[in-house]
Design a protein. Structure first.
Length: 129
């Protein structure tokens, strides 16, 4: 009786080992799919302004993908004129704007502190052809 039990337990253990070996085999020569070719992909241009300093001019090529980050010392509303974009910001959380501007021109960045109606220009994004 003991021999049958030992044989049965051994068969079950071997079955589980065979199942585990089958599931843990590395994939066979799986090649990643090629990336689609639609031109070069460029990472976003990172632009940064601070409301604590003098107004700065930032340059950007027309159609380029960019990320504009505006840091402020206190709670404020940050606005990018034409295209009109608004974002709230405070000392610990800057305003971040994803940008892709096709039309060349000058785009002012304005900050309005919370509780104040006074806007202050902290910079200008100049989009060049």
């Amino acid at each position: 009786m003991q021999a049958r039990r030992a044989l049965l337990v051994s068969a079950i253990v071997l079955g589980f080992l065979a199942l585990a070996a089958t599931l843990s085999q590395p994939p066979r020569d799986v090649k990643p799919a090629p990336a689609p070719v639609a031109g070069e992909v460029h990472p976003p241009v990172r632009l940064a302004l601070s409301a604590g300093g003098r107004p700065r001019t930032l340059r950007l090529d027309a159609g380029a993908v960019a990320s504009l980050t505006v840091k402020v010392p206190e709670a404020a509303q940050v606005e990018l004129k034409d295209p009109p974009l608004l974002a709230a910001a405070d000392a610990g959380t800057p305003a971040v704007f994803p940008l892709r501007i096709e039309r060349p021109g000058r785009y002012p960045v304005l900050v309005t502190p919370a509780g104040s109606g006074t806007q202050r220009r902290v910079g200008t994004v100049v989009v060049e052809p």
